[in-house]
Design a protein around this ligand. Structure first.
Ligand SMILES: [Zn+2]
Length: 104
């Protein structure tokens, strides 16, 4: 079964989904396994191994995402939640939850 790669803008994370060959046409989006939002398919040539996202890749993100991820990396959940305000309600809730868990 072919594997398709998708990118969830909401979680800012890639994921993979399997579809039967007969279903492969038109699977231009797939629900994100985390937040269930429709995520767009990304075309990854199969022969080329997927590379992990690096900091320089993050520079391609919109500035508001960049700020959010900057604080996320530093586990500064309160600031990350602030940065997620108006960007991703899902991410904001996630950061606030982390902040509570870690008692910061
Ligand atoms: Zn998602």
């Amino acid at each position: 079964m072919p594997v398709y790669e998708y990118f969830c803008r909401n979680c800012n994370k890639p994921f993979e989904a399997y579809y039967k060959l007969s279903q492969s046409e038109g699977q231009k989006s797939s629900p994100c396994p985390v937040c269930r939002q429709a995520a767009a398919r990304v075309f990854t040539p199969i022969a080329i191994p997927r590379v992990e996202r690096t900091d320089s890749d993050l520079m391609d993100d919109p500035p508001e995402y960049r700020k959010m991820h900057y604080y996320e990396k530093r586990r500064d959940w309160r600031r990350a939640a602030d940065a997620a305000e108006g960007v991703s309600e899902y991410a904001k809730q996630k950061f606030l939850q982390k902040a509570q868990e870690e008692g910061v």
